[in-house]
Design a protein around this ligand. Structure first.
Ligand code: MG
Length: 362
C-alpha cells in the first residue's frame, strides 16, 4: 500500500486524485491533505480518508514536514508548490508533480536536488505523463539526456481561439475561460488559450526529461486524444492515446511502474474517425517564442516568466488589461529582469517577487 500526501486537495487535480484513492482503497492510503483556504472541504476529506487536514498559507509545507509518505502529489496553485516540493525531496519522498510552475520557475534547482537525494519526480500533466509512458523501458526516469531520443513532441488542443476571432483584442474573461476540451482552474485555462501553458510545458519537459528546449516541439491536435509523442533516433515515434480525462495520468503517477484497472471511457477509434495535427501559429500565439527565448537565457528568467504571467492573467481576469496585453506584459518583464542565478529558493523567490511587482505596475 502506498501512502500519499495530497497538496491542493480540493482543486481540480486533488479532487480527481481523491477519486482514484476511493476506487483503489487497497492500493493507496491518504495520510495528509492540504489546501490554502477551503477549510470545510479539506476537513470533510480528512474525515473520509482518516487523514490529517492542513489549511492556510503554509499548509502544504507543514503537511510535508509533519508526515511521511511514499508519494507527495503537488497540485497547488503556482509557485506555492516550490517549498513543499523541495521539502519532500529533502525527506526522500517521491513527488507526483502537477504544479508545472515549480519546474518552470525552478527546474534547475528542483532536478539537481532530486538527483542528489535519489528522489523521482513523476509527471502528472497529461502531456508529460504521455512522454513518460512512451519512455518506459527506453530511458530511466529523470536520467540525463538519453541519446536514443531525438525529439519530444507535445500536443496542444489549441484552446478556444485556434480558429477565431481574427482580432483577439476584444476577448473577454468568459470567452478565455471556455476551454473546448479540459475542465481546469481559471489560471491554467487562460494560459491554455494564449498557449503560454504549452510554453510552460516545454520548460517542464526540459527539466523532467533532461532534454534541451530546442529538441521539444509543439503540434496542435484539437481532438486531445494523442497526449504527446517521443521520436527516437531509429526513426520510430511512440504516442500515448486516451480520452481526455486527467484521472488517467494521475493514476499512472500513483501506480507507476505498474498499472491498475479503472472504469473509464474507452478510446473508440472508429467513432473518432480522424485525428488531425497542424503546426502552431506563432504569430497568433507569441507565447511559444517568448518561452523559448527565456529558456535560452536560463537562470531565473523562466521564474520571471511564470510570475509575470500569473499577475498578467489575474489583471486580465479583473478587467485591468486587455487579453492581447498578457503576453507583451510578460515579455517586458522577462526582457527587463535582473540576472539572477537559479541556485537557491531565496533567489527564485527574489526573481519571482521582482516579476510580480513589475507586472503589477506596468
Ligand atoms: Mg497539460
Amino acid at each position: 500500500m502506498k501512502k500519499i500526501i495530497i497538496l491542493g486537495a480540493t482543486g481540480s487535480i486533488g479532487t480527481s486524485a481523491c477519486d482514484i484513492v476511493r476506487t483503489h482503497p487497497d492500493d493507496f492510503k491518504v495520510v495528509a491533505l492540504a489546501v490554502r483556504s477551503n477549510r470545510a472541504g479539506v476537513e470533510k476529506l480528512a474525515a473520509e480518508f482518516g487523514a490529517k487536514a492542513y489549511c492556510g498559507e503554509d499548509s502544504a509545507a507543514r503537511a510535508v514536514a509533519e508526515n511521511d509518505a511514499d508519494i507527495v502529489l503537488v497540485s497547488t496553485v503556482g509557485l506555492s508548490g516550490l517549498a513543499p516540493t523541495l521539502k519532500a525531496i529533502e525527506k526522500g519522498m517521491d513527488v507526483a508533480l502537477a504544479t508545472k510552475e515549480v519546474m518552470v520557475a525552478a527546474g534547475e534547482l528542483v532536478t539537481n536536488l532530486a538527483r542528489e537525494h535519489g528522489v523521482k519526480i513523476i509527471p502528472v500533466d497529461s502531456e508529460h505523463s504521455a512522454i513518460f509512458q512512451c519512455l518506459q523501458e527506453n530511458c530511466a526516469i529523470n536520467a540525463h539526456w538519453n541519446r536514443c531520443v531525438r525529439r519530444l513532441i507535445l500536443t496542444a488542443s489549441g484552446g478556444p481561439f485556434l480558429d477565431g476571432p481574427n482580432d483577439l483584442s476584444g476577448v473577454t474573461p468568459a470567452q478565455a475561460l471556455n476551454h473546448p476540451r479540459w475542465k481546469m482552474g481559471p489560471k491554467v485555462t487562460v494560459d491554455s488559450s494564449t498557449m503560454m501553458n504549452k510554453g510552460f510545458e516545454i520548460l517542464e519537459a526540459r527539466w523532467l526529461f533532461d532534454v534541451p528546449a530546442d529538441r521539444i516541439d509543439v503540434v496542435v491536435h484539437p481532438e486531445s486524444v494523442v497526449h504527446s509523442l517521443v521520436e527516437f533516433e531509429d526513426g520510430a515515434t511512440l504516442a500515448q492515446l486516451s480520452p481526455p480525462d486527467m484521472r488517467v495520468p494521475i493514476q499512472y503517477a500513483f501506480t507507476w511502474p505498474e498499472r491498475r484497472p479503472a472504469v473509464r471511457a474507452k478510446l473508440d477509434l472508429p467513432a473518432l474517425g480522424a485525428l488531425t495535427f497542424r503546426a502552431p501559429d506563432e504569430n497568433r500565439f507569441p507565447a511559444l517564442k517568448l518561452v523559448k527565448e527565456a529558456a535560452q537565457a536560463g537562470g531565473t528568467r523562466t521564474a520571471v516568466l511564470s510570475a509575470a504571467d500569473e499577475i498578467a492573467v489575474d489583471r486580465f481576469l479583473k478587467g485591468e488589461i486587455k487579453y492581447t496585453d498578457i503576453v507583451p506584459l510578460v515579455r517586458a518583464a522577462v526582457e527587463r529582469a535582473p540576472e539572477i542565478a537559479c541556485d537557491s529558493i531565496a533567489r527564485v523567490l527574489e526573481a519571482d517577487s521582482w516579476a510580480r511587482s513589475f507586472a503589477a505596475s506596468h
